[in-house]
Design a protein around this ligand. Structure first.
Ligand SMILES: [Zn+2]
Length: 302
């Protein structure tokens, strides 16, 4: 399965390298994306028989390696490949980082809230818990994150999770670094809210407001955040509490790539708590976020 693709991949790499003569980081990134995109399309055709997401990562790794190798090919080979891949190479594969908020245990060690800042904040004070169900926020966050990952992966996005179990505890700089290192098109942080007044309900979208590295990505983050929140609330039928800009979130201020944080509803509200613990509601939220991400990223390209 993997072997079969190596030759076309080498050829893809050569064509694109020849066409672009890429030597800087930006071009390298775009060619790598194009190559993984063409593989992605191929894989989606055979996915019924394998259904294995892990193959994608392995294949991506192989493609990255092949991209760095050069072997001579004939013009005929290149022409055939160009014809068959014409449509496929035009689709760039987007990278989405999903950051399921909090973890099974709090980490009270402190870290600076922005690059160069002397203001320190705990890495993770721990999340909220459902007022009726007692379900911890980190459980709801990861459940929705995994469902969202599945929707995005099936649609051809490259998805990276900051955590995949409830035993992991990460600081917010470490979470931001996942997006930075993968040069993500979008980092979406998944959280649920809590408030002293149990009648408070609805979803809000937190976005960065120009502190630290985030000054370069705050306007695009706000644009994505607005589209994704609007799509989510209209699909799920929940109340919108709107866009909230934040200058005090470590995970925003250390981000060099577009980043948003969805508060999916209030665990301090008995009704929303019960909903947020239900598998079908979590699925609705994941679908709403997925549709919103598609709208935001496709809209941004056109
Ligand atoms: Zn939270």
């Amino acid at each position: 399965m993997i072997k079969k693709y190596i030759l076309p991949l080498i050829i893809s790499a050569i064509i694109i390298v020849n066409l672009s003569g890429c030597s800087n980081g930006i071009l390298k990134k775009s060619t790598a994306s194009i190559i993984t995109s063409s593989m992605q399309n191929k894989e989606s055709k055979s996915k019924d028989s394998t259904g294995a997401d892990s193959n994608k990562q392995i294949n991506s790794d192989i493609q990255e390696k092949n991209h760095n190798k050069s072997t001579p090919e004939t013009n005929t080979d290149i022409k055939i490949l160009k014809d068959t891949k014409k449509n496929e190479v035009s689709k760039k594969r987007k990278v989405i980082v999903i950051d399921a908020g909090h973890g099974g245990k709090a980490t009270l060690e402190k870290e600076p809230i922005a690059p160069g800042s002397t203001v320190m904040k705990e890495k993770d004070v721990g999340g909220a818990a459902g007022v009726s169900t007692g379900t911890p926020e980190y459980v709801v966050n990861l459940n929705v994150a995994v469902k969202l990952k599945n929707y995005l992966s099936k649609a051809g996005y490259k998805v990276i999770m900051t955590r995949t179990s409830n035993n992991e505890s990460l600081g917010n700089i470490a979470r931001a670094e996942v997006g930075n290192k993968t040069n993500a098109d979008l980092v979406i942080r998944i959280h649920a809210d809590s408030f002293t007044d149990s009648s408070a309900k609805g979803a809000s979208m937190l976005v960065p407001d120009g502190v630290g590295y985030s000054k370069d990505i705050s306007s695009i983050s706000k644009k994505y955040g607005r589209i994704i929140l609007n799509t989510l609330v209209s699909r799920v039928g929940m109340k919108s509490k709107g866009i909230i800009t934040r200058t005090d979130l470590t995970g925003f201020n250390w981000s060099k790539v577009p980043v948003i944080l969805i508060e999916m509803g209030f665990l301090s509200n008995p009704d929303e708590d019960r909903l947020l613990s239900s598998d079908s509601y979590q699925d609705q939220i994941a679908q709403g976020l997925f549709k919103g991400i598609q709208k935001a990223l496709l809209g941004a390209e056109s």
